[in-house]
Design a protein around this ligand. Structure first.
Ligand SMILES: Nc1ncnc2c1ncn2[C@@H]1O[C@H](COP(=O)(O)OP(=O)(O)OP(=O)(O)O)[C@@H](O)[C@H]1O
Ligand SMILES: O=C(O)[C@H](O)[C@@H](O)[C@H](O)[C@H](O)CO
Length: 174
């Protein structure tokens, strides 16, 4: 069992999960997976059509991500919105230490980034439903919340520092 947990980069659509996740995986030298790649086509079609996913849509998707986490006991990075506490509890049930990096920020800032983005299936109109579902990290959940006003590089530096043994933030609940 490796000492590096599986880092779940979480947050609403457009918060920067893919941008930060790829940089962080490279910095940590661990495998990376894009949570959106685990969605069944029906989920993607539903969101692209402007409809928010519900729990019934998300549980199978979350279970497939949890299976990937289980297969990476030496550490990895995976992006997953993981909006609700119950979703994160499922991911933590994978039998491998999990650590959450919540990319949090001003809705208008994130909305502007989503609107400026091209070629992505998620319409900006769904951001409201993402915030409505979002439950921030609890004090008992292992992880760190970082404001997305910072650069991706600074966010990766903060996460890497927090994951450094002895920092007091690595892996253990805060
Ligand atoms: N810290 C940042 N500062 C400035 N721009 C950022 C930052 N993080 C991400 N971006 C930009 O914001 C947009 C959304 O980023 P990204 O696609 O990584 O978000 P995401 O959370 O993975 O989105 P989704 O969940 O919809 O896939 C992109 O155009 C990206 O370049
Ligand atoms: O939980 C959800 O509603 C979904 O995972 C969304 O967050 C999108 O898949 C992702 O953000 C891409 O836009």
């Amino acid at each position: 069992m490796g000492t590096t947990p599986v880092v779940v980069v979480m947050g609403v659509s457009g918060s920067g999960k893919s941008t930060v996740g790829t940089l962080l995986a490279d910095r940590l030298g661990v495998p990376y997976a894009e949570g959106d790649d685990f969605h069944p086509p029906a989920n993607v079609a539903k969101m692209a059509a402007g409809h928010a996913l519900d729990d019934e849509d998300r549980w199978p998707w979350l279970r497939s991500i949890a299976a990937w986490i289980h297969d990476h006991p030496s550490g990895a990075v995976v992006t997953c919105s993981a909006l609700k506490r119950g979703y994160r509890d499922l991911l933590r049930g994978a039998g491998v230490p999990v650590w959450f990096l919540h990319l949090s920020g001003d809705p208008e800032l994130i909305r502007a980034r989503v609107a400026a983005r091209t070629g992505h299936f998620m319409p900006p109109e769904l951001l409201g439903s993402q915030y409505a579902a979002l439950e921030p990290l609890g004090a008992d959940e292992p992880g760190l919340t970082v404001d997305v006003a910072h650069t991706p590089q600074d966010i990766v530096a903060a996460a890497t520092a927090a994951l450094t043994p002895g920092s007091g933030q690595e892996g253990a609940p805060r």
